[in-house]
Design a protein around this ligand. Structure first.
Ligand code: IMP
Ligand code: MG
Length: 195
C-alpha cells in the first residue's frame, strides 16, 4: 500500500486544495480492516467485487489485496448527469460488466456516496440481474446527505459534506492520484466557468 511522502509540486500550488480529511495512513489502515471483515463475512462464498469507475479504481486496488479470498473483479463505468460537484441521479452506464451476475455474491465497491442517487440507481440496475446477494462497500459516505437509508454494509469513513478529492476522487478528472483525501474548495465562479 502506498503511503510514503512524495513530491507533488503542482498540488501544493493550488490554493483550492484544502485540509486533509483522511490521510493515507488512516486510509490504508481502514481498508485493511474492511478487507478483514469482508474476508470473514464471505469465507465460504468468495464474492465478485464490482468497482464503479472511475473513482473506485484506487480503493478497489487496495481493498482487493486486503481480502484473503479467491475473489473475482469486474468494473462498470457510469456517468451521472449534473454539475461538476453535484449529481442529478440520472445515471448512464458507459461501460457495463463483463460478468454474468446471476447467482453470484456481488459486492459493489464505491468511492463516495453523496446524495445516494447514483448508488440507488446502481442497486436497482444490478438487482434485476438475479444476483444471489448484493452488498455495497463505500469508502466514504457524506454525513446527512442521503434522503433514504441505502443499507450500505461496509463504510470506510463518514465525512462532513464538503467536496473532496484524492485516492481516486476527482474534480474535472484531476487529483485522483493524491495519496490523501483532501477538501477541494470550489468557488461559485469556478463552477460557473465549467458549466
Ligand atoms: P451521489 O449520486 O450524489 O451519491 O454522487 C455520487 C458520485 O458523485 C460519486 O460516485 C462521485 O463520482 C461523485 N462525487 C460525489 N461527491 C464527491 C466528492 O466530494 N468528490 C468527488 N466526487 C464526488
Ligand atoms: Mg467524478
Amino acid at each position: 500500500m502506498y503511503s510514503e511522502a512524495r513530491p507533488q509540486a503542482e498540488v501544493s500550488d493550488d490554493p483550492r486544495l484544502g485540509d486533509v480529511v483522511v490521510g493515507s495512513d488512516r486510509l490504508a489502515e481502514r481498508v485493511r480492516e474492511l478487507g478483514a471483515q469482508i474476508t470473514a463475512d464471505y469465507a465460504d462464498r468468495p464474492p465478485l467485487l464490482v468497482g464503479v469507475l472511475k473513482g473506485a479504481f484506487v480503493v478497489m486496488s487496495d481493498l482487493a489485496r486486503a481480502v484473503q479470498l479467491p475473489v473475482e473483479i469486474d468494473f462498470m463505468a457510469v456517468a451521472s448527469y449534473g454539475t461538476a460537484t453535484k449529481s442529478s441521479g440520472v445515471v448512464r452506464i458507459v461501460k457495463d460488466l463483463d460478468t454474468d451476475l446471476s447467482n453470484r455474491d456481488v459486492l459493489v465497491v464505491e468511492d463516495i456516496v453523496d446524495s445516494g442517487l447514483t448508488l440507488s440507481y446502481l442497486r436497482r440496475n444490478l438487482l434485476v440481474r438475479n444476483t444471489k446477494s448484493l452488498e455495497v462497500c463505500a469508502l466514504l459516505v457524506k454525513k446527512g446527505q442521503q434522503r433514504v437509508d441505502l443499507g450500505i454494509r461496509y463504510v470506510g469513513f463518514t465525512i462532513p459534506p464538503a467536496f473532496v478529492v484524492g485516492y481516486g476522487l476527482d474534480i474535472a478528472e484531476r487529483y485522483r492520484n493524491l495519496a490523501d483525501i483532501r477538501v477541494y474548495e470550489d468557488s461559485a465562479s469556478d463552477r460557473a466557468k465549467r458549466a
